[in-house]
Design a protein. Structure first.
Length: 126
């Protein structure tokens, strides 16, 4: 007999460069941690313990990659990309302020402001 206690369960998991890359790629595309753990044949606890860095950074890396591609398209003159960038990053909005000078929304001045805004839009399209 040996004095060493018997280990029960799975052998300890040893991360490799290949498994780290696999976790990172799955994390970047949004694969749930339960599924990643199943793919690797480990528990979610083991996944989180051994691959914390990859799991934490994956979403940010994906966002940076997509953001970089969007930025390049916008800078190359892609109008849809430019509009999307300005709406999300520069807070551009497609709204018309129709409140009165005093901040109220009394119907008469508001109606006049709406008509003036519509006339301006109509004049700008001609």
């Amino acid at each position: 007999m040996t004095d060493e206690p018997k280990r029960l369960g799975r052998p300890p998991h040893q991360p490799t460069d290949e498994t780290r890359q696999k976790v990172q790629l799955h994390g970047m595309v949004g694969t749930r941690q339960e599924i990643i753990a199943e793919i690797l044949g480990i528990s979610v606890d083991s996944l989180q313990r051994h691959y914390r860095k990859e799991l934490d950074l994956a979403k940010d890396q994906a966002n940076a990659s997509v953001g970089g591609a969007l930025y390049k398209k916008a800078m190359a003159g892609d109008t849809a990309s430019m509009i999307f960038w300005l709406k999300t990053r520069a807070r551009w909005r497609e709204t018309v302020d129709i409140s009165n000078e005093d901040g109220s929304l009394k119907p008469e001045p508001v109606a006049a402001a709406v008509m003036a805004a519509l006339a301006k839009i109509h004049d700008d399209t001609e």
